[in-house]
Design a protein around this ligand. Structure first.
Ligand code: 6PG
Length: 237
């Protein structure tokens, strides 16, 4: 059975491979990170892979977050602060490459402000939707992804929207389905037996009531990285 550490390293290599491929064809690369324990475990490995990216590669990457919890600075619930601890600080990534949502303003304003940041840093895209090179996502046991919870609007007309979680921290902002769909690469990272049931509903049944089912890149590639536990209920046929 693959250990959690081995899965995290495998996930980090998948992220690294996608970033390397993007760096080969574009001067600047836009990466959107996820929160949650599974994505975080992969983030931790990014700075430690023996065959990982070189310093001059990291210098060409712009870091964003697919969602963030609206918590006070220093609060452990922040996805941004977790990523800083996990690998941005260890890699000494300069602030000019780190594009985090502003703190201390109300959710809808935070979302609109972050959308403006995304638009100002990323140029080009499908129609007027900027294209991320890679969006990393996790999946919750209820089928949410980023902070797109069941019932989230599929077409919001916006790139970043406020969200309200049933669990604390409740106030969030999240990439919309439209922004995720414009990405060149979307990579889901799902691990643990506890996710086997939702993975079956997502991948075997394509349950349309689940937000993660509704993530459909317009022309990019969608990949799922599952450990044995999460894949348990998928038929091996
Ligand atoms: C968040 C994430 C969320 C997370 C999933 C999976 O801010 O919490 O963006 O979408 O990725 O809930 O989290 P786990 O891997 O910890 O189950």
């Amino acid at each position: 059975m693959e250990t959690a550490e081995a899965f995290a390293a495998r996930a980090a290599r998948e992220i690294t491979d996608r970033l390397r491929a993007a760096l080969a064809v574009r001067e600047r690369v836009a990466l959107a990170l996820a929160g949650g324990e599974t994505p975080r475990a992969a983030h931790l490995c990014l700075a430690r892979l023996p065959d990982g990216l070189e310093a001059e590669d990291w210098e060409r990457i712009e870091f964003f977050w697919g969602d963030e919890r609206l918590v006070e600075a220093g609060d452990s619930g922040s996805n941004v602060e977790a990523a800083r601890r996990d690998f941005l600080d260890p890699l000494a990534i300069p602030e000019r490459q780190i594009h985090a949502p502003r703190k201390g303003i109300e959710p809808d304003r935070t979302a609109r402000d972050y959308e403006a940041v995304v638009r100002s840093v990323l140029s080009g895209g499908i129609g007027d939707v900027p294209r991320f090179d890679l969006v990393v996502l996790g999946v919750g046991a209820d089928g949410h992804t980023a902070s797109l919870f069941p019932g989230a609007a599929l077409h919001s007309g916006r790139l970043v929207v406020p969200a309200r979680s049933s669990s604390s921290p409740r106030d969030r902002i999240t990439f919309s389905f439209e922004l995720i769909a414009a990405a060149r690469e979307v990579l889901f990272l799902v691990a643990g037996e506890a996710k086997a049931a939702i993975v079956q509903r997502l991948l075997a049944e394509a349950d349309p009531t689940l937000p993660a089912t509704l993530v459909r890149p317009t022309s990019g590639r969608l990949s799922w990285l599952l450990d044995e536990g999460a894949a348990r209920r998928l038929s091996s046929r």
